[in-house]
Design a protein around this ligand. Structure first.
Ligand code: DX5
Ligand code: ZN
Length: 218
């Protein structure tokens, strides 16, 4: 698969209407929404009051990336947004199996994210239950950081694990995705590409989405 998920974190929040307009008109597939709590990551972004407005501005699937401690406390609130994908960090979930189960019971797809230093082997016993595995290709908390090269090897090993176990999970990457890194990631086996600074703030973000799509086609 080759899906693009623009990350709203890089948007101009003083003009969300215009940002959502190009997003809706573009070939982008999912809207990636970064929630930060200042505890799990050293930054704070936006919360549910903002998300509720944003959710009403698009029909495309919402991919809610929770960079927060105890994300299981917010399953029903994320569901009430109408989110298609609830994305939790492995490092933030003491009982990951239960949390994934509860996300599914709420009718959402379950995505589990790994920080750069967290090995994919931590998902060996749950991979079959996941709809998406997201690899952080930068340290979470900020946009516009440099892509961590080692991630390419991690994507390849995750692809092997998925093939070997017959799991159906999509591979998503988040951080430093741009015209240079996207083709490398495509070769390594990525399905979903989150992109913030590569799209927002550009003179023609719709064209940027199209260009990225062209680079990841396989
Ligand atoms: C970082 C966020 C990313 C961020 C990516 O913690 O999870 O989604 O917006 O930004 P870029 O694409 O600029 O690296
Ligand atoms: Zn993110």
């Amino acid at each position: 698969m080759n899906l693009i998920a623009p990350s709203l974190l890089a948007a101009n929040f003083a003009n969300l209407e215009r940002e959502m307009e190009w997003f809706n008109q573009s070939e982008a597939d999912w809207l990636h929404l970064d929630v930060m709590d200042g505890v799990f990551v050293p930054n704070i972004s936006f919360g549910f009051p903002v998300l509720e407005h944003v959710a009403r501005m698009t029909e495309k699937p919402l991919d809610v990336h929770l960079m927060i401690v105890e994300p299981q406390k917010f399953i029903s609130q994320v569901h009430d947004l109408g989110a298609a994908i609830m994305n939790v960090h492995q490092e933030a979930c003491l009982h990951l199996h239960r949390t994934v189960q509860q996300i599914h019971e709420a009718g959402m797809k379950a995505a589990v994210t790994l920080n750069p230093a967290t090995p994919i082997s931590t998902l060996e016993d749950i991979i079959q239950d996941l709809d998406v595995v997201m690899l952080m290709t930068v340290n979470p908390g900020f946009g516009a950081q440099k892509f961590i090269e080692h991630s390419l090897d991690k994507v390849r090993r995750l692809r092997e694990m998925i093939t070997r176990t017959g799991a159906h999970a999509l591979i998503e990457v988040d951080g430093g995705v741009n015209r240079t890194t996207a083709p490398l990631l495509a070769k390594a086996g990525v399905d979903v590409y989150v992109a913030g600074s590569a799209l927002y703030g550009k003179p023609d973000p719709i064209a940027e989405v199209k260009a990225l799509k062209g680079l990841i086609e396989n």
